[in-house]
Structure formats: structure tokens, C-alpha cells
Write a protein that binds this ligand. Structure first.
Ligand SMILES: Cc1ncc(COP(=O)(O)O)c(C=O)c1O
Length: 407
């Protein structure tokens, strides 16, 4: 089920090295054209960002968060690049995400931290996936799974220290600890870690950061009094990893910064890993006074030339960006004009067409090096965060890789 959804989201995943190198006779005669719309992920940028985060983490270990298919960059290639660059563990949300990493041959520690209580934990236990527990019901379900398969489950307690979302609520912590201590004594679980997640990590001096830290330390003390000694305690996401070295504990747990997007003002030398681009499907003249796209929201103020890009809201270009975005095409920025449609959008090239031809590549966002917009620019325009921009790329977009081998 999940796999199918993934394939629908990103129809095809190729390494740019594969393109044009077909083995069949017919294919050899005719190189495969670049996809109509492509999210190119730079694995060298991923490695670079992990190295930067490793420096901030100093002697703490680094868990690379690759949930949501690696923030839509491809969990397996990102995980492999991150592990090679110095990450030692991986974090995901669901058991099925964790099992997908195992199926890809990744044997590094993997933590999955959000489950319904009726989840079937048996496959995860057999695969050595570390299970985050957030209530006594989760503990009971994991213990039942361990009994079923006759294997010790690896467990990490997610403590709610003030985010009031996932995690053990304060009034249930004691029960969780008592139940886990009993289960550990009988050999059905092994406590690996205790962790929590910050509510205001991007606000360096917010008072809740210190109170969350104190509550985590207190929960670790409570666990130890029950004979539960965690191997790793962790709290820091990307923002805290970069700005609050005092919160490192044994491990940091960054996500977004691995993908090169800064969670706080300041660049920290991070390199955005995703470039979103599309090829020009059509170039045509539009006369002065003619309207463009549904509703004729844009009317040509002069005779002009436009380019059609086969990329629409079904592919991750929000309709709310209609008339409010630019692409890098040829040597300059070109404004999007008229409404963004499901499958296509139009950009204005000016009266002379700017030398743009059908088949040329337009960049929606990238790392900015060539003058193109960034995911942050889209986020600013949409009054959202760059997390949502990169995870929103979908539909017919083909994901491809540069800067390393994605396998
Ligand atoms: C529990 C947990 N840890 C770590 C992260 C990584 O956060 P960020 O992407 O802000 O670094 C997330 C992401 O939301 C998370 O849910």
C-alpha cells in the first residue's frame, strides 16, 4: 500500500548517470530525453550538510531524520549518503518507513516513533527496528509483539516534555516506566533510549527550551530509578543542533538541515539539495490584449512570447503561486503569468523570446547559485515553511540524483 503511494507520488526515480545509457539496441540509437519535470537531489550536498551538522554535534552521535521519504528527497539514497558522511543512526515516523530502509539493506539503528496502538509491531521487532513508545498502551502492544515472535524488542521512550503532541504524557510516565521495567526484566524489551522533541527550537532563547530540557533530564532520572538505563538521550532537531550546543545530550536528531534548508535565519554553510525544474513544452507568441490561462488573470500588456511549462499544482506548484513566482530560464528570471493549472503553467519571455527554445530547462527552485529562486522564496511567498515546499513536490515529477550513487 505505502509503496504504491510512493510510486504514484514520484513516478520514476533515476540516477542522472543512467540517462542516455540504455543497453538495448534501439535505446542506444536514441538517448532518452530528460523528464518533463524533475526534482534533482544532490547527494554531495546531503553529505556536505551532514558534515556541517556533525561539527555542531561535536562528540554527540547524529541520527539523520529521513521520515516522509527523506523529506521527499528519497529516504534510501539520503540515508546511505548521510551514513557515509558521519550519521550513525536514522529516524523515521512509521514502522513501514523503517522496514523500507531495512529492505534496502540498511542495517544501521533505525528509530520509528509514531504508531497507532493496534499496529503490528512483529515485523519491526524481527528487523531490529527501535520502537518509540508514547503510552502504556504502546508498551503493551510492543511487549505482545515481542512475545509473539519470541524476540526482544528494542524500545525508546518518547517523553512529552511540553510539545503536547506525540510522547508520554506526564501522568502516564510512571506507568510506562513500571511496565517497561517489568518487560525488560522478563527479556521482552531492551530500553535503548529516551528522547523528546522541542516546541520552540527555532527561537533560540525561548523559555520552554530550558523547561523541556529540565523535564527530559527529570524523566531520565525517573527511568534510572526504575532500573531503566538509556544508552542514548536525545532532544535536538536541526535548529537546536545548530544553535544550542548545550542540548546535545548523547545524540542530535536533525532533519531539515540535512536537506540544506536552514531552520533558523543564517545559512550555517548548508547547501539546499533539491532543484526543481521543468522543460519548456511550447514557445508561442501572444498578442497585446490577449489573456493567458484560465480566467485570463493575466492580459498581455504588449505583444510578447511565452513559454509553456508542463508542471502544475498536481505536481507541486501551488495554485496560490499564480502570478507570484519566477523561474530561471536561459540566463534570466522569467515571471509566471496567469493561473497555475493542474498540469501546466505559462511564463513570459518578453517580446523577443529571450532566446528560449522548446526543450530548454526552467528552474523553479534550487540552491540559488545560478540566480534561481530557492524553496525559502516560495515559502515566504506562500506564508509557509520550506519543509512544506519540498515535501509538496509530487505527481509526475521524476526524482533523479547527482553527486553520488543513489543505490
Ligand atoms: C521527533 C522528531 N525529531 C526530529 C525531527 C527533525 O526536525 P527538523 O527537521 O526540524 O530538524 C522531527 C521533525 O519534525 C521530529 O518529528
Amino acid at each position: 500500500m505505502n509503496e504504491k503511494i510512493e510510486h504514484m507520488r514520484f513516478a520514476e526515480t533515476v540516477s542522472s548517470g543512467e540517462r542516455g545509457h540504455h543497453t538495448g539496441r534501439v535505446a542506444r540509437a536514441r538517448a532518452k530525453p530528460a523528464p518533463q519535470a524533475e526534482a534533482v537531489v544532490d547527494l554531495a550536498a546531503i553529505a556536505h550538510n551532514v558534515r556541517i551538522l556533525r561539527e555542531s554535534a561535536r562528540d554527540a552521535a547524529l541520527m539523520a531524520v529521513v521520515k516522509a521519504d527523506g523529506y521527499n528527497h528519497g529516504a534510501v539514497p539520503v540515508a546511505k549518503a548521510a551514513l557515509a558522511a558521519g550519521a550513525s543512526e536514522l529516524g523515521v515516523t512509521t514502522v513501514s518507513e523503517a522496514l523500507a530502509l531495512r529492505r534496502a539493506g540498511i542495517d544501521a539503528p533505525v528509530l520509528a516513533w509514531m504508531h497507532t496502538v493496534d499496529a503490528d509491531f512483529a515485523p519491526a521487532i524481527l528487523a531490529g527496528v527501535e520502537l518509540g513508545v508514547s503510552s502504556p498502551r504502546h508498551v503493551a502492544a510492543v511487549v505482545a509483539g515481542a512475545h509473539r515472535v519470541g524476540t526482544t524488542a528494542i524500545v525508546t521512550i518518547k517523553v512529552d516534555t511540553g510539545l503536547n503532541r506525540n510522547g508520554v504524557a506526564p501522568d502516564e510516565l510512571e506507568q510506562v516506566l513500571v511496565d517497561l521495567a517489568r518487560a525488560q526484566a522478563e527479556g521482552s524489551v531492551r530500553l535503548r533510549g529516551i528522547f523528546s522533541h522541542l516546541a520552540h527550537a527555532d527561537d533560540l532563547h525561548h523559555a520552554t527550551i530550558d523547561s523541556q530540557q529540565e523535564r527530559l533530564v527529570s524523566a531520565v532520572g525517573d527511568a534510572k530509578r526504575q532500573g531503566l538505563i538509556p544508552e542514548v538521550v536525545h532532544l535536538s532537531n536541526s535548529a537546536a543542533t545548530l544553535t544550542r550546543p548545550d542540548l546535545r545530550f548523547d545524540m542530535v536528531r536533525p532533519g531539515i538541515a540535512i536537506y540544506g534548508l536552514s531552520p533558523v535565519p543564517g545559512q550555517y554553510g548548508l547547501r539546499p539539495a533539491m532543484t526543481l525544474r521543468s522543460r519548456v513544452a511550447l514557445v508561442k507568441k501572444v498578442s497585446v490584449g490577449e489573456g493567458v490561462s484560465y480566467g485570463h488573470q493575466w492580459v498581455a500588456p504588449r505583444d510578447t512570447t511565452v513559454a509553456l511549462l508542463p508542471f502544475g499544482y498536481a505536481d507541486g506548484l501551488p495554485r496560490a503561486l499564480s502570478g507570484r513566482f519566477e523561474v530561471q530560464l536561459g540566463s534570466s528570471r522569467r515571471p509566471g503569468i496567469g493561473r497555475v493549472c493542474m498540469d501546466q503553467v505559462v511564463v513570459d519571455l518578453g517580446p523577443d523570446g529571450g532566446g528560449v527554445s522548446e526543450g530548454d530547462t526552467a528552474v523553479f527552485f534550487g540552491n540559488g547559485d545560478l540566480g534561481e529562486p530557492t524553496a525559502q522564496a516560495w515559502a515566504d511567498e506562500l506564508d509557509t515553511i520550506h519543509y512544506e515546499v519540498v515535501t509538496g513536490v509530487r505527481g509526475r515529477t521524476v526524482r533523479s540524483y547527482v553527486g553520488g550513487t543513489p543505490t
